[in-house]
Design a protein around this ligand. Sequence first.
Ligand code: DSN
Length: 414
Amino acid sequence: MLPQYKHIKDIDEEVYDALQKEHERQNYKINLIASENYTSKAVLEAQGCIMTNKYAEGYPGKRYYGGCENVDIAERLAIERCKRLFGAEHANVQPHSGSAANMAVYFTVLKPRDTILSMDVTHGGHLSHSSPVNFSGKLYNVVTYGVSRKDEMIDHDEVLGIARKAKPKLIVVGASAYPRIIDFKRFHEIADDVGAYLMADIAHIAGMVTAGVHPSPVPHADFVTTTTHKTLRGARGGIVMCREEFARDVDRAVFPGMQGGPLMHVIAAKAVCLKEALTPEFKAYQEQIVKNAKALADVLIENRLRLVSGGTDNHLMLVNLRELGITGKDAEAYLSECGIILNKNTIPFEELGPFVTSGIRIGTPSVTTRGMKENEMRLIGSLIARGVQNMGDANVRDKILSEIGALCEKFPVP
Ligand code: DSN
């Protein structure tokens, strides 16, 4: 029995049962999904708090409902902490998600059919930057850049060439599956050259940006968007930051432009996570994420696995499985049976579709939250290599499973 869910158990056995299984899964498997993390108990409490009962359309001090004095405190705290943490002039903490944060920026500066230049999804970009099946690709004329064939990294001269031809109104920089440092200064120069606005989506790297482990886009971009639940390790949600000159328009784009009542419990949880992110422990955590990713990448390379771009500078890496003759889909499924959870991922110049893929994406934020360091990364890396080199083998699976079980016992989810 999980005491924290006792009321759910009383009222709804089915949901309780799913929760119990999820608790087991999160505790007894190794999570290498680059976009996930384990929140602190304080964040969880805030996200489940009574502020969910409150309607608060509007902004602190200017609401459409009475009784907002306490949720105003939470939202003001979230805004102030966000601005302090990132050095931003303005922050809107109401977007329900990263996609909503991106939509708010598009609604601020674009009209339907205006041109966006952003990273191709199969090269690492996000759905809400360019995909034809997403609102971004449906509402706007999207032109994309990718990584170069030469080194599988962004080639800024190539981006500049595409930008000069496409004349975008907005350039989007940021990715869900790019293992290298992003040069925001260079993107600023490209945006200036073609007279475009620049938006940096730092959902994946936000925690590292706060810690100075990854360069910040704030001095260079007109708009910076992020989610709060990845390396930032907070509540599930989004944030938009911008320069003061855009503050009013961004706020109006979020509410009443796109959203009604803000999720005040989530905003309270954002405030808590942003407070945690202002501590020295959080900075050390971010540094360890990167050291862990480097250690893990090195072991994979020693085991003759091919990494996209040859390595990593941040929290994630992509393994190209083509030479092993296996798909990302099969590797994800087999490794999951071994107790290692990660996701199939397209690789640059992908030949298979997004449901099959030729790669897997591996990230270290969650295992680092469990307190694992380089030694554990070396073990996990060798287990992944053994797994993908012996796909389907039941003996190998059982051996990996038992090593993963021991690791999970030793490093419980905090
Ligand atoms: N879907 C997220 C990821 O896994 O990277 C991005 O929003």
